[in-house]
Ligand binder design. Structure first.
Ligand SMILES: NC(=O)c1ccc[n+]([C@@H]2O[C@H](COP(=O)([O-])OP(=O)(O)OC[C@H]3O[C@@H](n4cnc5c(N)ncnc54)[C@H](OP(=O)(O)O)[C@@H]3O)[C@@H](O)[C@H]2O)c1
Length: 247
């Protein structure tokens, strides 16, 4: 993925990781469109940034994805990068019968959302030079957090889907996986001040160093997420699972 001159869509760009990626890509000389449900937070991301544009989108709604895809391609025909970053995380207790609405929303948002949005934009992206898709997964794709079982499963599924996309789109669209470790955002309530989680600016610096190289790896991992990515290969899986289970 080139460093400047792209037109980049960042879903979930109104807060957290998406907001900071959007601003950093903007400052490198890219046009950035941030998308999400909250108009106010999208406007806050864009404020003071001439080339960040806000568009509302609910990735859990297939009809809204289709509407959004038509509108963004009409408004920004140069769109060449899709960053599937929007996501939700809920803790859950899988040991007893419960209301599954949070778990079901997690599958719809984190798994069906990127599948549907990629589907809606893939033909457009294939027609653009320097096209890329960046899928935001998680270290929990590799070692699950048992108290966020559905969330972890959606991220493992998107990791797999990303590998398939990369294989099938080779030579047409670069497909990159970006897997954060625990980062201080409000993905779960109170997480932005939780000890042991990476400060957001530190994480963004580590990620952008890889994108700013102009030749990011297929898997953009930072040291904390590599601990989980490599746990099985390095014979540390049970130890890592026990560590994650204590969080
Ligand atoms: N922070 C971490 O520790 C961590 C670790 C691993 C992976 N990640 C991943 O990183 C990504 C960004 O998370 P974050 O930490 O930056 O948390 P965040 O600040 O809560 O960001 C999530 C974003 O997704 C958007 N979103 C949620 N549901 C949506 C929907 N139905 N349609 C459109 N947008 C939606 C939210 O905006 P609206 O509510 O306004 O729609 C929000 O801006 C997520 O995919 C998350 O799973 C985060």
């Amino acid at each position: 993925m080139k460093t400047s001159g792209n037109t980049i869509l960042v879903t979930g760009g109104g807060t957290g990781i998406g907001r900071e990626l959007a601003r950093r890509w903007h400052d490198l000389g890219n046009t950035v469109i941030v998308a999400g449900r909250s108009e106010a937070s999208l406007a806050e991301t864009a404020e003071g940034h001439a080339n960040i544009h806000a568009m509302t989108l609910d990735v859990s709604d297939p009809a809204d994805i289709e509407r959004f895809a038509r509108e963004i391609v009409a408004r920004f025909p140069a769109l060449n990068v899709l960053v599937n970053n929007a996501g939700i995380m809920h803790y859950e207790d899988v040991t007893t019968k419960r209301d599954l609405s949070d778990a079901e929303a997690t599958v719809v948002t984190n798994l069906l959302g990127p599948i549907r949005l990629t589907d809606a934009l893939v033909d457009h992206l294939k027609g653009r030079a320097d096209a890329a898709i960046v899928n935001v997964t998680s270290g929990l794709a590799f070692v699950p957090m048992p108290k966020a079982a559905t969330y972890s499963a959606t991220k493992a599924a998107i990791h797999s889907y990303t590998i398939s996309l990369r294989a099938k789109l080779e030579g047409q669209v670069e497909v990159i996986e970006l897997a954060p470790p625990g980062v201080q955002t409000e993905l779960t309530p109170g997480q932005s001040t939780r000890e042991g989680y990476l400060p957001l600016d530190t994480f963004i610096d580590q990620v952008m160093a890889q994108f700013e190289s102009g030749d990011p790896p297929a898997e953009v991992f930072v040291p904390n997420s590599l601990l989980l990515r490599n746990a099985e290969k390095e014979g540390r899986f049970e130890e890592a699972l026990a560590m994650i289970s204590r969080i």
